[in-house]
Design a protein around this ligand. Structure first.
Ligand SMILES: NC(=O)c1ccc[n+]([C@@H]2O[C@H](COP(=O)([O-])OP(=O)(O)OC[C@H]3O[C@@H](n4cnc5c(N)ncnc54)[C@H](OP(=O)(O)O)[C@@H]3O)[C@@H](O)[C@H]2O)c1
Length: 333
């Protein structure tokens, strides 16, 4: 039997469990030119919320349809193939739906994994997957922190932020994280090695609280949140500072708050660069090898918020938006 999680209704703001439902069906026949996978892990990624609105859809994905399986990233293994480029046993990280099995003609976004997996398979969805590579490309190729700089990271305890902070620490910088609770603030300092943390649950005092945690100002801001968080960070940037924009979760599926202080980008001569990890597909292996070397050496930890069973996929996604995840959110099927 094949199980799918469908979009039962369009989320209103942050997603909740009731937005999703499970349906059962037959495992499909494999037509010529296609292959079938068994999906072992489903990765929950904040950005997919953007395609749950009726008027969404872009060059990456069309808007998700009601009563159809929800799109995501999965760790899949080919179990039957009638496709010339895919063999039974191939392991893939692919943009497939929240399903126990997927049928593909190979035109989906697919990244191959090594034949032999050195680490726990779920690792290839986290630190060695899209979110770990986002931290890697964003920090090492764009932000490029230096010793004696102050690096501020939002969403600091999430999948991207937990790795971005540890990579920034390798440069010798002082690294400060913005998170949504005191418990997460303690965790990022004790477990991930952040030097200080700022709790964003009081939006009104966020800029002041950043100032206290970064008394010499911020040289590099790595942003996963956008909106009011970005505004508060801009007001704490040092002259000539850099902003690396990885994401803007505070504005997904809701009307985004536009920073009111963009003129400070002129007065402080700030540089801003955004990036999309999937456009660096040709360099995934380089990134994965470097991240794997840090993981192997114990230089970097790979924290995971893991739930079990397809019935928990909707809950896991809702938990991510509610900030209940510490590290990468993943469901083992
Ligand atoms: N550019 C790329 O190619 C790329 C690729 C992957 C991901 N991303 C981006 O990276 C970011 C992180 O994604 P992820 O999948 O790794 O999720 P995540 O960081 O594991 O989880 C999201 C975290 O964001 C925080 N958050 C949620 N709503 C918030 C709000 N309104 N204001 C402030 N913080 C909020 C929560 O933590 P707290 O407890 O701290 O509030 C939550 O745990 C997203 O913006 C995503 O779009 C970009």
């Amino acid at each position: 039997m094949m199980q799918s999680v469908i979009l039962a209704r369009r989320p209103d703001g942050n997603p909740v469990e009731k937005d999703f439902a499970i349906v059962n069906g037959e495992i499909p026949e494999v037509p010529k030119g296609s292959f079938l996978t068994r999906n072992d892990f489903i990765s929950l990624d904040a950005g997919f919320r953007n395609w749950m609105n009726a008027d969404s859809g872009d060059n990456i994905l069309p808007a998700m349809e009601l009563d159809k399986p929800v799109m995501s990233l999965v760790l899949a293994q080919v179990i039957e193939s009638r496709h010339p480029d895919y063999d039974t046993g191939d392991r893939l990280m692919a943009r497939f739906a929240w399903q126990t099995h997927s049928l593909s003609d190979g035109t989906d976004f697919i990244a191959r994994l090594p034949e032999e997996l050195e680490f726990d398979p779920s690792t290839y969805m986290g630190i060695l997957g899209d979110t770990g590579m986002s931290a890697y490309f964003g920090m090492t190729e764009i932000g490029k922190p230096k010793a004696n700089e102050c690096v501020l990271i939002s969403g600091a305890g999430g999948a991207v932020g937990s790795i971005a902070g540890q990579i920034a620490k390798l440069s010798g910088s002082r690294v400060v994280g913005i998170v949504g609770s005191v418990q997460k603030a303690n965790w990022i300092c004790k477990t991930l090695g952040y030097d200080a943390a700022v709790d964003h649950s009081n939006d009104l005092e966020l800029a002041e609280n950043i100032k206290t945690a970064c008394p010499n100002g911020v040289d590099l801001f790595f942003d996963n949140v956008g909106g009011k968080t970005l505004e508060a960070a801009i007001s704490n940037m040092n002259h000539g500072g850099r902003l690396t924009l990885c994401g803007a979760i505070s504005g997904y599926g809701v009307t985004a708050h536009g920073p009111k202080n963009l003129f400070e980008i002129c007065t402080k001569e700030l540089s801003i660069q955004g990036f999309m990890t999937h456009l660096r597909h040709d360099r995934y292996e380089v990134a994965r090898n470097k991240l794997a070397s840090w993981l192997r050496a114990g230089t970097i930890k790979s924290p995971e918020y893991r739930l079990e069973g397809i019935e928990n996929v909707g809950k896991a996604f809702s938990d991510l938006y509610a900030g209940r995840n510490f590290g990468k959110t993943i469901v083992a099927l």
